[in-house]
Ligand binder design. Sequence first.
Ligand code: AMP
Length: 218
Amino acid sequence: MRIVLLGPPGAGKGTQAEFICHHYGIPKISTGDMLRAAVAAHTPIGQKMKKIMEEGRLASDDLIIDLVKERLTAPDCKPGYLFDGFPRTVPQANAMEALKMGLDVVIELTVPDEVLISRLSGRRIHLNSGRVYHVQFNPPKIDNRDDETGEPLIHREDDYEETIRKRLQVYHQQTEPLIHWFKERALFHPYFQISGEDSLESIQQKIMDILKNIRPKG
Ligand code: AMP
């Protein structure tokens, strides 16, 4: 099963991705997680990306395409994968198509901007796993600690209001055109839109209902 989860920052892609990937035994390919890991490890890519991410701007398409291309060569991608945060621009989607990265289904989560701002400012992340919490809506069992490892959670530099607004603007300008791009190709990989405003469980159920009717192309 090869899935793209599309939607604005804070729509719940990361949380739903975790569940889907666990269920299907496929890796989550989150370009955001990969870049945050590079920043934390002070690699050359990380050093270049730190400021760009803090300002809510996007990485270059070439950099992202190289990262994803390389990631797809890993054996764990054999049974499929879920893209979270990729593609983010039309050129990235064109590259995905040109490089024949397989795709079975696209699911878009929709959430209004004002809800996203409240969600993102309360969001906390476990850096190593990408697990996502919210101080109010999905709190960890122990304050500011990851449920599974007990390690501290982080408040992402880009989850402060000014940067969130910038990220939403970038989403509307650069990522939203992908909705049309994917819908035009719905014959090849069906496109579903669901509200990201329901409870986590209800969204999970809707996603499962969609996925159980998808027949992955061999
Ligand atoms: P995310 O965790 O998906 O919200 O990504 C965090 C940040 O990483 C974004 O604000 C961008 O700066 C960068 N980033 C992640 N994925 C991409 C992508 N596909 N294209 C360009 N920049 C990206």
